[in-house]
Design a protein around this ligand. Structure first.
Ligand code: BDR
Ligand code: CA
Length: 303
């Protein structure tokens, strides 16, 4: 099993990614850091606790950053709804899941006490990982790799050039991309390729209580790109971790635009560079991905 720390901003697709990660037989989820992101921290934290209580899982949840390192926070409430999960309401919130302390310190302790190297997975703004790397640079050597949902090869979803998670905290993303640890990226394009079709949505709905919970969120995503396609970006990062065979990767050197007036948060992915710092997924086998995704929801439902 791979020991994993997840940083997430639930968020509809984050809920799906968390659900899969909590039950995947290859993932040993050690900690869930809830960060500001799609909506404010008070909601993302509540959603993380509500989901785990619903699923009867017991992975410690940690309170992450409540704002970006430098810039004012942005919001994706127009897509995910005010509380981040399309108006869905979890009934119970087991507060004993919440581990008190600072996210960077708690991650540091986990990384240093773990006999195996830890894999990080980032499916929200990367604020907490940047704080960890700055405060505890000695941890970098004990990190296996980081898998990120974020960035874009072509057009962005937050702005013409920037994807939401990177645009949310460009300075943090730059710290992560310059950290020297192995990085694998599921950019926006992969989530677009793997969008949920209406036939797949019906299959999700058929996966018991867990399927219905996800269905009611997916069906109420408010996509702002005018496409009508339901996009569930974050599970494509989980897929990279457990089903890399479904993806095509290309090495690239990634820098995050910090100065641009119209381009801030753009992920400049140079596929021609001879000094790559990341592997970018450029293609996913969509039918097989959907089968894996729906099977994973079934497994989560069986508990
Ligand atoms: C990313 O932004 C968020 O809205 C989603 O949860 C996903 O992590 C996609 O750009
Ligand atoms: Ca997210």
């Amino acid at each position: 099993k791979k020991p994993v720390i997840l940083s997430t901003d639930p968020g509809i697709d984050d809920v799906a990614a968390m659900t899969i990660s909590l039950f995947d037989k290859e993932i040993d989820l050690r900690m869930i850091v809830a960060t500001w992101g799609n909506v404010e921290l008070k909601y993302t934290l509540q959603n993380a606790l509500g989901l785990e209580t619903f699923l009867h899982t017991r992975v410690p949840v940690v309170r992450g950053a409540n704002q970006p390192l430098v810039r004012p926070a942005i919001s994706a409430a127009s897509v995910h709804g005010k509380t981040g999960i399309a108006g869905y309401e979890f009934k119970n919130f087991d507060q004993s899941l919440l581990k008190p302390g600072l996210a960077a310190t708690l991650m540091h302790e986990e990384i240093q006490t773990s006999p195996e190297k830890i894999t990080l997975m980032g499916i929200g703004p990367l604020t907490d990982y940047a704080l960890l790397f700055k405060q505890y640079p000695e941890d970098l050597a004990k990190i296996e790799k980081i898998v990120i949902m974020g960035g874009n090869i072509g057009h962005g979803n937050h702005s013409p050039f920037a994807e939401y998670n990177i645009a949310g905290d460009p300075e943090a993303a730059q710290v992560v991309f310059q950290s020297g640890i192995p990085i694998q990226v599921a950019p926006l394009e992969i989530g677009n390729q793997a969008h949920v079709t209406s036939e797949q949505l019906d299959r999700v709905k058929a996966c018991g209580e867990v399927g219905q919970m996800l269905y009611s969120m997916f069906a109420n995503i408010h996509e702002t790109d005018g496409s009508n396609q339901i996009k569930i970006y974050d599970p494509t990062a989980v897929g990279i971790l457990v089903r890399p065979d479904l993806y095509t990767f290309k090495p690239a050197h990634v820098e995050i635009e910090l100065a641009g007036k119209f381009t801030a948060g753009a992920s400049a992915m140079d596929f021609l560079s001879e000094q790559p710092n990341a592997e970018i997924a450029t293609k996913v086998k969509t039918a097989e991905f959907a089968d894996w995704f729906i099977e994973a929801i079934k497994i989560a439902n069986e508990g």
